[in-house]
Ligand binder design. Structure first.
Ligand code: ZN
Length: 256
């Protein structure tokens, strides 16, 4: 199912937009040119859960011109400790519909396109078509591998985040210059058990995904290419680790 909240033309900033985005337009190294680039961008957000909520809220608030958000699930009560796109009244509603409602109320000046479908190798080409960048807000490795294959075949960058209990990680993957998701993870099957997570940790990481995406779109430099930012939320430790391509990676490595 495909739903679009509004269909706006991507032209120069309007008076209303100059007011809405005033506080970022006056940022050093930002300004109207950066805002115009953000406005003319299409961002594919994979997942409308704990990461996708804060990520898409800040991307919409910042004026990304065309947001595509895909999630196959419906809202459950146990989602609501962390999934801030959705509220108690949205239980049993497709997350895609709830996301559309929340985000279109936040910013009616952008195109918000949501899909209540699975992301797989047959659907992603159409879902992510012409996206400037992909935001990986997924919670499972097999679907991340779908993003990875699409990213490698189209040279579309991915802002990846993942959470494991009290720890989390963030990196920007830009083929062919960085490792790919397959270099970082083994494609292991999911066990289907609930994964422990505190909502605020997902909020921090989803917000940082939005931040790195906006820096990329606006022409500011991300320092997270070939780096993994590791976050230990219990001890408030942030560590940047160098990443290297796996030369034998079956997805991004050189064919032998
Ligand atoms: Zn790889």
């Amino acid at each position: 199912m495909r739903k679009i909240a509004s269909q706006k033309t991507l032209d120069m900033l309007t008076q209303n937009e100059e007011t809405r985005y005033l506080r970022q337009l006056i940022l050093p190294d930002f300004g109207a040119a950066a805002q115009q680039r953000i406005k003319n961008s299409k961002v594919f957000v994979a997942g409308a859960g704990g990461l996708g909520g804060p990520a898409s809220i800040y991307l919409a608030a910042a004026g990304v011109g065309h947001l595509v958000i895909v999630d196959r699930d419906r809202v459950e009560l146990s989602n609501l400790n962390r999934q801030i796109l959705h509220s108690t009244n949205d239980i049993d509603v497709p997350k895609a519909d709830s996301a559309l409602q929340t985000l279109s109320e936040l910013n009616p000046d952008i195109i918000i396109e949501t899909h209540h479908v699975s992301i797989d190798d047959s659907s992603i080409s159409e879902l992510a078509k012409d996206a400037t960048i992909i935001v990986d807000c997924l919670d499972n490795i097999p679907t991340r591998m779908v993003l990875n294959r699409y990213s490698l075949s189209t040279n579309t960058p991915i802002v990846h985040a993942g959470i494991d209990c009290w720890t989390a990680q963030l990196t920007v993957l830009q083929p062919p210059f960085t490792p790919c998701i397959n270099c970082l993870f083994e494609d292991v099957p999911e066990d289907g058990k609930p994964k422990p997570v505190l909502g605020a940790v997902a909020g921090v990481m989803g917000t940082m995904q939005a931040l790195e995406t906006l820096k990329f779109l606006s022409g500011n430099t991300t320092v997270l290419q070939n780096k993994l930012l590791f976050f230990d939320a219990q001890n408030m430790d942030w560590v940047k680790i160098d990443l290297h391509k796996n030369p034998h990676c079956p997805q991004c490595g050189q064919p032998t």
